[in-house]
Write a protein that binds this ligand. Structure first.
Ligand code: ZN
Length: 190
């Protein structure tokens, strides 16, 4: 099971394994916010299975630090939605489109990569959106919250939704084929 880690400011920060979360709780580096019913035993201490924990110390995300760009991160940021037609065909039905094509020196950056369905990607081809008569539904951006990139339907718990909503975010819609994704691979996972 996975545990949502909130920053001391209550913003979703990361997703870690249950084992990692328990270490943080036992070392008093985090407080339990929400737990599932069942107990886990660790070092002779019985703890409820954590679902959400909050770090005691605020983790400052440096202004110059950028979340490494990844396919998974782009899909999560774009909420598994084609940024041209709005369809949600699931992870396997989505591609990563270079808004400015690689052939025109478009970089592999958060600002230049978007989720696109196979049909839209094919239609756009090696052109810029306006050259193909297409329009982006939103301007691609660098995700502000790290947790966004690590949350998938395979790891998320329904109770997490409110923490994201309070921070003005929504969780990606469930997809059927997220099982291969594992949590805790973030740059700030520790
Ligand atoms: Zn599309």
């Amino acid at each position: 099971m996975s545990v949502l880690v909130l920053n001391a400011s209550n913003e979703p920060l990361n997703v870690v394994s249950t084992r990692r979360a328990i270490v943080l709780l036992l070392k008093d580096k985090a407080k339990l916010v929400e737990a599932a019913g069942a107990s886990v035993r660790s070092e002779r201490v019985a703890l409820p299975t954590p679902l959400v924990i909050r770090l005691v110390a605020y983790v400052r995300i440096p202004h110059h630090w950028r979340l490494p760009v990844s396919r998974r991160g782009v899909l999560a940021r774009d909420l598994y939605t084609c940024q041209y037609c709005g369809r949600q065909p699931g992870r396997r039905g989505l591609t990563i489109d270079h808004v400015v094509p690689r052939a025109q020196n478009g970089p592999k950056s958060w600002e230049n990569l978007v989720a696109a369905c196979i049909a839209c990607n094919r239609r756009k081809g090696g052109r810029r959106p306006h050259e193909a008569g297409m329009r982006l539904s939103a301007q691609p951006f660098v995700p502000r919250l790290i947790a966004v990139a690590f949350v998938t339907s395979a790891t998320q718990h329904a109770s997490w939704e409110k923490y994201f909503r309070e921070s003005g975010l929504v969780l990606p819609p469930p997809t059927e084929d997220d099982a291969a994704v594992r949590p805790g691979q973030g740059a700030l996972a520790r």
